[in-house]
Design a protein around this ligand. Sequence first.
Ligand SMILES: [Zn+2]
Length: 484
Amino acid sequence: MKLISSAIIVFLLAGFAAAQRNFDQPSPYSAQLTAELKLLRDGALKSDYAWDQLAHLTNNIGPRPAGSLQANFAAQYVADEMRKLGFEVKLEKVVVPHWVRGEETGALVQFPGMAPGTTQKIALTALGGSVATPGQGATAEVVVVNNFDELNALSPDKVTGKIVLFNARFDKQLAATGHGGPAYGQAVIYRAIGASAAAKQGAIAALVRSVGGADYRLPHTGGMFYQPDVPKIPAAAVSAEDADLIAYLARQGSVRMRLVLTPQQLADVDSYNVVADLKGSELPDQVVIVSGHLDSWDLGTGAIDDGAGVAVAMQAAHLVKELGLHPRRTIRVIAWMNEEFGNSGGRAYAAAHKEEAGKHFAAIESDLGAGHPLGIHMAAPAANMPLLQPVAQILQASGAGLLQTSEDAETDIGPMCAMGVPCFGPIQDDRFYFNYHHTAADTLDKVVPRELQENAAVMAVLAYALASLPKDLERPTAKPARAF
Ligand SMILES: [Zn+2]
């Protein structure tokens, strides 16, 4: 998932004002459009289609890390399913990195108070992109720091030749109050760039406390990136419990650890974004994207991250066809490839469709699991609120009536948003998402069928409304050109 900006502004007053206007003025939507949106909502809340697709992606196909056979097989599967619905389907090439995990073990081999001749196992997992430990593994003393300032305050002789553990805590209270995204955002920096920071000080490996909330001794993987001018050292996430254990023992004296990681960075692989169009009846050149990302991490089966997003995007398409509706603009379902490790799919699409950015009316992505949706967030001018208020009113029936602006969009549609495309996504209950995110426990059972239906209702109603709006949206200011 991409962090949604912590600076989400709630436009309650705007909402009240717009609601008030709705009593005074006729809806900007025709009676027919309003009726169609209600049909889509009710259809999504009854249908098992999204669940069946999610079950197939997770249970039948399984983990879908970028570059894997399963990821490409999943792309073919989604393409076939969209063809079955009568969509015009293209597989747009995306070159993706191919990193494979290998063996991963950790053990404390020397620590204060130990029973002679014993070790303590540490639950850990390599971070995506990590290099391997040399030969038989690396054995060294562990230095525990809570943040970059503490690391940088240490003299180099305290770090050289050692393993650095970044023990930055995921703020569980923040997550428990519905701010999982900001809690993730605070801690994930150590996972992303901690290894290079430690290597600069002479460390031979880096560990990061898992960025997530559950206390089931689960390590959470995720992407990490090396600075080009710094030696590459192996990097792994340890479970929160093991980070506490190491920190406890290190306060008493020297702690030495043996770390074995054998991941490999293989040659890049040709993979695909699945791009499936239902052509608009009046304005076929104008496109509304509805999307999720097809790749997952390898430890679980990618149910919440982000099979659910793909499944609800597919459901939006399925319902529009099933109900025989004809959107004015083209509805384009995209199953993105490789969000997790460099946003290859989002960047490749933006590069390939740069000239048509102005024809992209809007883009929607769901990538924060499948928790109960509370409404819609929009990375576009607040002046669009009144035009979207009828959508919020229709979704209020399933508790998804909030309409908010946010500073930025989900990862895959981010590059299009930066080119001035209004971007949207569901606002979801993320209190539990980070318990399972990027772990072996990201499996189908973590998705509540009713909540998946509620998310599908948001996607279907929003996609069809955007594709049918009687007038244009105000667009966000394009950001300076980026190298895609
Ligand atoms: Zn994701």
